[in-house]
Design a protein around this ligand. Structure first.
Ligand code: FAD
Ligand code: SIN
Length: 518
């Protein structure tokens, strides 16, 4: 198959770019491959909203920039922060034009929420299902454009670069498209593209306990890494402070930070509002601080969870604002009106990823990346809540602008078919499951909120064993989605651990006991 633009992923990043470029060039073909149903993505589960400065009377770009820089703990790129924050209102205008709806108050203005680390009310939202609404609007717009083809249940296995084309003698490492696995038919085919965009989302599933859906296995980052793109800041895994706790320890449902913005308190089992001991902003400190404080409380008490107390809040207003959260808790026999919600931190977001410049260019020619799989410099050591949907919108626009101005040369090369020689053994599901569980336990126990050199080194040793076994399986077995995902998660885990070991100073979401100055 050929495409002018190959887009890997159908969340906010992939869809926004696709809609824009397809509208601008109706005679060019955009192919979106996406590994599950077309709406499945981290985007779909976003709750809190999009951080945008709209109330210019009380808020300002300056304040949003300052909040982002404080959360990022000295590691944000200031020019990137300024660009992203200032473009927010224009990108929001486009979402509205494409049919997305956001809540308004009685005076017809946007009903702005507040979250940890924000000094003002600036979170534009649709109840507590903002991402669902954005994904709906973007897909509906994409379906109206004839030159976009969406291929659901198509898994991108690897990028095609010079490494696959020994006869091509190009100085510059270049991307020519991807090998793609049709998950329904089992066929593997090439998609040759003049430009490829990785919009493949996050890595949450590398940890057993995550707020992310099962698709978040870091495929794009692993593909880019194997293709030798630069990957950066992988040590900055963000743990969301408040995922719903269930006794089996597997629940991943998020209790939005906006609930704390609405006035909820964090309490330990004895009922103490412990955040007051850790930060003047208490429950509304940035999430690195809240997660580390909860971790410290749990270590002191030996309890498995802390609690979020909403019982003092106006419950009619609460249910109006957070109907999804209220109902989900009821399903777990927790009535927020009278019960405290048991919560624990869970892996939520990756601040690092594929290094891109302001135009979304990676270090490989013709390969762009956008959204959660990237490291743009916006988040530094810790992402400010609700800045990631904004980042995806702004970078999708920048990549679109770049493609509008710079015409590409059509690449005339022959790409070899996928070589599956010697891979005749059917996958052994039990081996994949076992290795996955080991990997997730290893990351949770040794590479969690609080790290140490000893645990990280031990993690590398264990990971090497898993790596060898998974690579053997990959060489011998027929391709399956779960095998490819496991292989990708092992690559991502390797990057997180290695880059953690390289960090000698604690910053933002990264805390290593051996880096504490004595
Ligand atoms: P995604 O939306 O995750 O899309 C990735 C796409 O790539 C998916 O379609 C996936 O199927 C596809 N894909 C992945 N690998 C492959 C492959 N190998 N082959 C083919 N397709 C592939 N951020 C905010 O700013 N505000 C919020 O309120 C907020 N709330 C959140 C709540 C939850 C529960 C979660 C999990 C995240 C939240 N975030 C929030 C973060 C935000 O939702 C994500 O960072 C953002 O949606 C990422 O968008 P994306 O387009 O980069 O990736
Ligand atoms: C939330 O609603 O708490 C998630 C917000 C985010 O991750 O930005």
């Amino acid at each position: 198959m050929t495409a002018d633009y190959l887009v890997i992923g159908s969340g906010i990043a992939g869809l926004t770019f696709s809609v824009k470029i397809a509208e601008k060039f109706p005679d060019r073909k955009v192919v979106i491959v996406t590994k599950a149903s077309e709406d499945e993505s981290n985007t779909k589960y976003a709750q809190g909203g999009v951080a945008i400065v709209l109330n210019k009377e009380e808020d300002s770009f300056k304040k949003h920039i300052k909040d982002t820089l404080i959360a990022g703990d000295g590691l944000c790129k200031e020019d990137v922060v300024e660009m992203v924050v200032k473009e927010g209102p224009d990108r929001m205008e486009e979402l509205l034009l494409w049919g997305a709806n956001f809540d308004v108050n009685d005076s017809g203005k946007f009903d702005l929420g507040k979250e940890g680390g924000h000094s003002e009310y600036r979170i534009v939202h649709h109840k507590d299902i903002t991402g669902y609404e954005i994904e709906r609007a973007l897909l509906s717009k994409a379906h109206q454009l004839q030159n976009i083809s969406i291929l659901p249940h198509h898994f991108a296995i690897d990028l095609i670069t010079n490494h696959h084309l020994p006869e091509v003698d190009l100085d510059e490492l270049t991307c020519y498209g991807a090998y793609v696995f049709n998950q329904k038919s089992g066929e593997i085919f090439t998609i040759k593209a003049n430009s490829t965009l990785l919009a493949s989302g996050g890595i949450g599933c590398v940890y057993g306990h995550t707020t992310n859906p099962v698709i978040a296995t870091g495929d794009g980052i692993a593909m880019a890494y194997r293709a030798k793109a630069r990957i950066k800041d992988m040590e900055f895994v963000q743990f969301h402070p408040t995922a719903l706790y269930d006794a089996k320890g597997q629940s991943s449902f998020l209790i939005s930070e906006a609930v704390r913005g609405f006035g909820a308190y964090l309490r330990n089992k004895k009922g103490k509002r412990f955040m007051l001991d850790y930060d003047d902003r208490a429950e509304l400190a940035s999430r690195d601080i809240v997660s580390q404080s909860i971790d410290s409380e749990l270590k002191k008490s030996g309890e498995p969870n802390v609690y979020l107390d909403c019982t003092h809040l106006d419950m009619d207003a609460f249910c109006e604002h957070f109907p999804n959260i209220y109902n989900k808790c009821l399903e777990h026999h927790i009535d927020i009106k009278t019960d405290w919600i048991p919560v624990v931190p869970a892996s939520h977001y990756l601040c690092g990823g594929i290094k891109v410049n302001k135009k979304g260019k990676t270090t490989i020619a013709n390969l762009f990346a956008c959204g959660e799989c990237t490291r743009t410099g916006l988040h530094g050591a810790n992402r400010l809540a609700s800045n990631s949907l904004l980042e995806a919108l702004v970078y999708a626009h920048n990549i679109f602008k770049y493609h509008s101005k710079n015409d590409y040369k059509s690449i005339a090369i022959n790409i070899p078919d996928w070589n599956d020689e010697g891979t005749s053994i059917p996958e052994e599901h039990i081996l994949i499951q076992h290795n996955l569980k080991q990997l997730q336990a290893l990351m949770r126990d040794y590479v969690g909120i609080v790290r140490s050199k000893k645990r990280l080194k031990r993690a590398i040793k264990h990971l090497d064993l898993i790596y060898e076994e998974v690579e053997d399986l990959y060489r011998e077995s027929k391709i399956t989605t779960s095998l490819c995902e496991l292989r990708n998660m092992v690559n991502v885990a390797h990057l997180i651990i290695r880059q953690s070991l390289e960090r000698t100073e604690n910053k933002g979401g990264y805390f290593n006991v051996d880096n504490v100055k004595k």
